[in-house]
Design a protein around this ligand. Sequence first.
Ligand code: IMP
Ligand code: MG
Length: 179
Amino acid sequence: MTNDHTGKSNHPGVFISTDEIDARVRSLAAEISADYADRDLFLVGLLKGSFVFLADLIRKLTVPASVDFMAATSYVGTKSSGTLIILKNLNESVRGKNVLIVEDIIDTGLTLSDIRQRLLDEQPESLRICTLLDKPARREQHVPVDYVGFEIEDRFVVGYGIDYDERFRWLPYVGVVDS
Ligand code: IMP
Ligand code: MG
């Protein structure tokens, strides 16, 4: 039986293992839990890439957290439109909330800086950013990042929620497809 359409017949090489991710998510969760010990935490996951990371992170927190999701793209078809298009907005305003944006990977920083500003405009009590992966070499727009899982070199990575053309999100580790 072939399962080519799922990408499961072709496994990218391991870049960050499941065990390494698990240990790092555990320590990030401990750090975030300590920082939000006396505040209500509101996680804003950016779809689709953050869904696996957020699911693991929220279960390792020792503080209660609410959660909502946003989806955005700067691309229409294969061309960047230059402006961010919000495909799914939050169900309610973040006004007065202690917001933690949860992202899969920060590359140019353009997506996050735009979303950060949109959320700041709603006057949250506080706003921080948590990303599993950060590629600082590719940054075009500065964005303050408070919690980083792994800083990585400029490689195209997939897995643990992150896709290449909608493939490989299911991989339990972070792999590379560019080598
Ligand atoms: P940027 O920071 O605005 O350039 O966009 C970051 C988004 O680009 C991430 O949320 C991913 O969806 C995507 N992205 C950036 N680097 C990679 C990668 O190595 N693999 C898969 N998606 C990536
Ligand atoms: Mg993304």
